[in-house]
Design a protein around this ligand. Structure first.
Ligand code: ADP
Ligand code: F6P
Length: 320
């Protein structure tokens, strides 16, 4: 391939810039011209792009967000939108494409590949909810951002002997909640993957902890469960312990990527370029154990991700 493109799609994630840099410099290394497409699939439909050079990705490795910007493009979900995008790709002589995003973005990548534009997906989302990969770019940074915020909430909760309910992101997945609960020593993590009973799983542990001399409680709620404000009110009513709710929100999406995110993004970016350099499209780049691998997009999208309960059980044991 002589000319490939790169775009970011769906919610941004820290480390996307590191992946863009790896695609651009990897592409140049393999003798290809790389164009950066702006604002996700919108930019492909509208021909909104720039020619990238090794220098246009200088000084971005450490920056959160995405220099190409991102979007949710509804037009692209329908066949006419995909046809427009493929026509534009032909007009601008694009022979391959790298899409950095989540499951939704990969469905678009599958459609583009089927319509004749070989496209490779790189998993970029803080949610870590893509089945075929152990890891998605942005997860570690989001965890560290949430950990930092929760440590601060803990300081004030301790001073007032309060219970804190903290709601973290993750869409329909509980990975951020489960991991951050363990890292912050939460009493309870409520995730969409497990049914919970308010009395048994929240009120009982708080009351038992109080009898054992616990002076504060931390409950982590995944946004896929939600209702943290009402939950805080109910906890206060049932236990008599002053309780506050905090919804961390988009703070979890920003910030400088951690070392883990920078390294995995760099590895995945180069892997994607190598696939295209060999004429291979319709793949999702993934991390399995310590290896960077790739899957057919449909095969990857059809896999089922199971969180398992090890991390939640361990958190429970250690919160005694
Ligand atoms: P993510 O990629 O993070 O899962 P979204 O689900 O919002 O985020 O998807 C991002 C974009 O991918 C959408 O705005 C749309 O342009 C494209 N997309 C999503 N679902 C499909 C689909 N079923 N077919 C084609 N394109 C899709
Ligand atoms: O997929 C990343 C994510 O931050 C989810 O955790 C959250 O549910 C969603 O995106 C929020 O989307 P928006 O930025 O459109 O509010």
């Amino acid at each position: 391939m002589k000319r490939i493109g790169v775009l970011t799609s769906g919610g941004d994630a820290p480390g996307m810039n590191a992946a863009i840099r790896a695609v651009v410099r990897g592409g140049i290394h393999y003798g290809m011209e790389v164009i950066g497409i702006h604002k996700g699939y919108n930019g492909l439909i509208n021909g909104d792009y720039e020619i990238m050079s090794a220098r246009s990705v200088s000084d971005i490795l450490h920056r959160g967000g995405t220099i190409l910007q991102t979007a949710r493009c509804l037009e692209f979900k329908e066949q006419p939108g995909i046809k427009k995008a493929v026509r534009m790709a032909k007009d601008i002589k694009l022979e391959g494409l790298v899409v950095i995003g989540g499951d939704g973005s990969f469905k678009g990548a599958r459609d583009l590949s089927a319509a004749g534009l070989p496209t490779v997906g790189i998993p970029g989302t803080i949610d870590n909810d893509i089945a075929c990969t152990d890891y998605t770019i942005g997860f570690d940074t989001a965890l560290n951002t949430a950990r930092d915020a929760i440590d601060k909430i803990r300081d004030t909760a301790h001073s007032h002997e309060r219970c804190s309910v903290v709601e973290v992101m993750g869409r329909d997945a509980g990975y951020i909640a489960a991991y951050v609960a363990m890292a912050c020593g939460a009493e309870v993590a409520i995730v969409p993957e497990e049914n919970f009973d308010f009395e048994r799983d929240i009120i009982m542990p708080i009351k038992e902890g109080k009898m054992r001399g616990k002076k504060q409680n931390l409950i982590i709620v995944a946004e896929g469960v939600g209702g943290s404000v009402e939950m805080a009110k109910a906890i206060q009513k049932e236990t008599g312990i002053e309780t506050r709710a905090t919804i961390l929100g988009h703070i979890q999406r920003g910030g400088s990527p951690t070392v883990t995110d920078r390294i995995i993004a760099s590895q995945m970016g180069v892997h994607a370029v190598e696939l295209l350099a060999n004429g291979v499209g319709n793949r999702i780049v993934a991390k399995q154990k310590d290896k960077i691998v790739d899957y057919d997009i449909m095969e990857g999208l059809n896999m089922e991700k199971k969180m398992g309960n090890e991390i939640l059980n361990l958190s429970k044991i250690l919160s005694m």
